[in-house]
Ligand binder design. Structure first.
Ligand SMILES: NC(=O)c1ccc[n+]([C@@H]2O[C@H](COP(=O)([O-])OP(=O)(O)OC[C@H]3O[C@@H](n4cnc5c(N)ncnc54)[C@H](O)[C@@H]3O)[C@@H](O)[C@H]2O)c1
Ligand SMILES: [Zn+2]
Length: 360
């Protein structure tokens, strides 16, 4: 199968390598480095299936390899775990020129990226994402972070990786729900920049969800290309990078109000995209049809399109806090598939859209 490569054109450009089996020669994708040791951060489900290939490749590159498991999911992104990782790095000891490797989903790549950003004031990190979400989103673009009791991702740093190696074969072992949730971010990239993503999914949704086929790697490649373009244009999130938040304003609010336990991130974003599509139509930004297309494509890949009952005052309170606005809210809207922009809206149209995506 083909190997695809996208260069993220930031101050220190790096490649995202995508393809089935690319992990088998991870040493080939590792840029020239002075590293002698590698500290691999991973979780149990990922280590079981995918660590052997990575450690073998790093050893083939002449590195002394150390592996450490962190708790699964969001529990990894804590000050406690971070402290344990620092102690581990000190014991190795991991030098200024050595390498951190993040092997896992977005929780691991966020944590490994933040450890790398802060250890010795910044050491190189190789990201090896193993979920669709991490391959198209979390591992690309250099945002890293951990959570506090006061909120998610409150502590973090921008730290671009040395390279990203996204092996689509790792998705063979990914639970179906995680795979579908990651597709929400892929679909998002379709609505904001590359409508061919939508065409390909609509043509054959089953193929789009099959890691062994040709379609899913192509979709991941396209979504990474969208993220890479936007990140290169706005590395530190002052402008265009906001478009990546399409569907996220309501999505984040739903996640917050349900304690991050009810929805996978992508599920909440999918409902948020349906909400944003309605607002886009009702405020005259998009032609009729956007909302129906959004609902249909979410259903095509098995994502929810309706959310549980939520109190709209609570939703608006969280959305307003998220965006620090006074009267109305700024929301990413879609003009037509492939074109998005930020607009200010008043509450009435948002209320109406929320009522429509919410179970009565
Ligand atoms: N930095 C960014 O720009 C950015 C962007 C989006 C999301 N994120 C962060 O990403 C995190 C979510 O990432 P996620 O959705 O990948 O969740 P996750 O990292 O929690 O992974 C989901 C689950 O899948 C398991 N898993 C991962 N790969 C597997 C594989 N190949 N086979 C079997 N099981 C596997 C994990 O162990 C976990 O249980 C959040 O913390 C979010 O804040 C960061
Ligand atoms: Zn997201």
């Amino acid at each position: 199968m083909t190997t695809m490569r996208i260069t993220v054109d930031v101050a220190a450009p790096y490649d995202v390598v995508i393809g089935r089996g690319v992990l088998d020669d991870v040493d080939a994708w590792l840029p020239d480095t002075a590293a002698r040791r590698a500290a691999v951060v991973t979780t149990a489900p990922v280590e079981e299936h995918h660590a052997a290939a990575v450690t073998a490749g790093l050893r083939a590159a002449g590195l002394d390899v150390h592996v450490r498991q962190v708790p699964d999911g969001e529990a990894a992104k804590s000050l406690d775990v971070l402290g344990q990782l620092y102690d581990w790095l000190a014991a190795i000891p991991l030098a200024r020129t050595d390498l951190v490797v993040g092997l896992g989903g977005g929780a691991v790549t966020d944590l490994a990226g933040f450890v790398a950003a802060t250890w010795h004031r910044g050491v190189p990190v190789l990201q090896v994402p193993t979920t669709v979400l991490a391959q198209v989103d979390a591992a690309v673009g250099g945002k890293t972070g951990i959570n506090l009791a006061a909120g998610k991702n409150l502590v973090g740093a921008f730290h671009q990786p040395l390279a990203v190696v996204a092996d689509t074969a790792t998705l063979d072992t990914l639970p179906a729900r995680e795979l579908r949730a990651g597709m929400a971010e892929v679909i998002k990239c379709g609505f904001i920049r590359d409508p061919r993503i939508l065409d390909r999914i609509e043509r054959d949704p089953a193929a789009a969800l099959d890691p062994a086929g040709e379609v899913l790697p192509d979709l991941i490649h396209r979504a990474v290309a969208v993220k890479a373009q936007i990140v290169a244009a706005d590395t530190h999130e002052h402008g265009e990078r906001a478009l990546l938040n399409y569907g996220h304003t309501l999505g984040h609010a739903l996640e917050t109000l349900t304690g991050y336990a009810r929805y996978r991130h992508g599920e909440a974003v999918g409902i948020g995209m349906r909400f944003a599509a309605l607002v886009s139509e009702w405020s005259g930004v998009a032609d009729a049809g956007l909302h129906d297309r959004t609902t249909a494509i979410l259903a095509d890949v098995g994502l929810p399109t309706v959310c549980d009952p939520v109190d709209s005052d609570e939703v608006f309170a969280v959305m307003a806090r998220d965006k620090k606005v006074r009267d109305g809210l700024r929301l990413v809207l879609c003009e037509r598939p492939g074109v998005a922009r930020v607009a200010a809206l008043d509450r009435a149209v948002l209320e109406r859209a929320l009522a429509r995506v919410r179970h009565p």
